[in-house]
Design a protein around this ligand. Structure first.
Ligand code: TPP
Ligand code: SF4
Ligand code: MG
Length: 309
């Protein structure tokens, strides 16, 4: 725990009356994942129970300090949705026995990174959706195992340099389509979001609040540390992810997939790529035309398929 964090964090036993998430946290400046969590917490409110698997956000609650006024349960990396099942079941039993009032009932929110959501925790998530668990899952997707030094994950995009894909062409694989995998389970709700589009994010959170069952959010999380850029560019990079069509904003509800923001005139993907050190090798020491064109073509093919554009 840094000195800065101890100045702003609170002992769990004497929390203040207003929540202070994000003030003086031990997170990196410009963390896109934290921003999405901030919005979710603002809308859902203080009594939310978070269930977290190991990752950057774990550092938010290091006993006895926490910025949350509700609950925080830390689980093994593959098990956050199973932990959420336990919390939900316990609250349901207490409600049934009238030891918890309806007003005291709380949303159970799984918060994990992409390493857990796209990989290690996939099985537990699938099981929780099958059981129609009444929970929200926020995956903040910084496209790598950030907390342990940005090793590649199943969410890493093609050509990105990570600490385990350092070759001349970066990561050779392609980002897994978690949205479709989740939607294939027919849950109550799935959406992609990004903190740099706060209105779209807030609308989706408000919508899922009125639903029950598994409700899943994947937030692309610009990460200055793992993606190698100046923290002040986080919002710009987030907006460019949407404007270039790299990160389609969409939702699945009632069996339908709807795009919630259609980039009218998509910007070239290189505007997004060239701001990030992890893609520097596409531009220096000389331009990799084929590499950039391949990334552009995959984006074009996606939008052609879903929107004929
Ligand atoms: C089973 C297991 N393997 C490895 C680790 C070490 N570990 C802790 S955090 C982390 C990275 C998690 O990546 P992600 O879920 O994407 O979250 P991020 O760190 O990017 O926030 C890893 C590998 C662990 N805690 N448990
Ligand atoms: S490494 Fe990335 S995801 Fe982790 S706290 Fe820093 S900016 Fe956020
Ligand atoms: Mg990650």
């Amino acid at each position: 725990m840094t000195k800065q964090a101890t100045l702003h964090f609170h002992r769990m036993k004497d929390l203040p009356s207003t929540h202070l998430l994000g003030t003086g946290t031990p997170m990196c400046a410009g963390c896109g994942g934290l921003e999405a969590l901030h919005t979710l917490y603002d809308i859902l409110g203080d009594k939310t129970v978070f269930v977290n698997a190991a990752g950057c956000m774990t550092l938010l609650s290091v006993y006895p300090f926490t910025p949350f006024r509700g609950g925080w349960l830390y689980t093994a990396m593959a098990s956050a949705p199973a932990g959420a099942q336990g919390v939900r079941d316990a609250m349901d039993i207490l409600l049934e026995r009238k030891k918890l009032t309806a007003e005291e009932d709380a949303e159970v929110v799984v918060i994990t990174g992409d390493g857990a959501a796209y990989g290690m925790g996939m099985s537990a998530t699938s099981g929780a959706i099958d059981r129609n668990l009444d929970f929200i899952y926020l995956c903040y997707d910084n496209e790598g195992y950030g907390n342990t030094g940005q090793q590649y994950s199943a969410a890493t995009p093609h050509a990105a340099i990570t600490s385990t894909s350092r070759g001349a062409h970066g990561y050779p694989g392609y980002k897994k389509d978690l949205f479709s995998i989740w939607a294939a389970h027919s849950p109550a709700y799935v959406a992609t979001v990004i903190a740099a589009e706060p209105l779209d994010l807030a609308k989706k959170i408000e919508k899922l609040q009125n639903l029950r069952g598994p409700r899943l959010l994947i937030s692309l999380a610009p990460c200055p540390t793992g993606w190698d850029y100046d923290p002040q560019l986080s919002v710009e990079i987030g907006r460019l992810a949407v404007q270039t069509g790299v990160w389609p904003l969409k939702e699945y509800v009632d069996g339908e997939v709807v795009h919630t923001k259609m980039p009218k005139q998509r910007k070239p993907v290189e505007e997004y790529l060239r701001l990030q050190g992890r893609f520097r090798h596409l531009f220096e020491p000389e331009r990799d035309e084929d590499g950039i064109a391949e990334i552009q073509q995959r984006i074009d093919a996606y939008w052609q398929r879903v929107a004929g554009a």
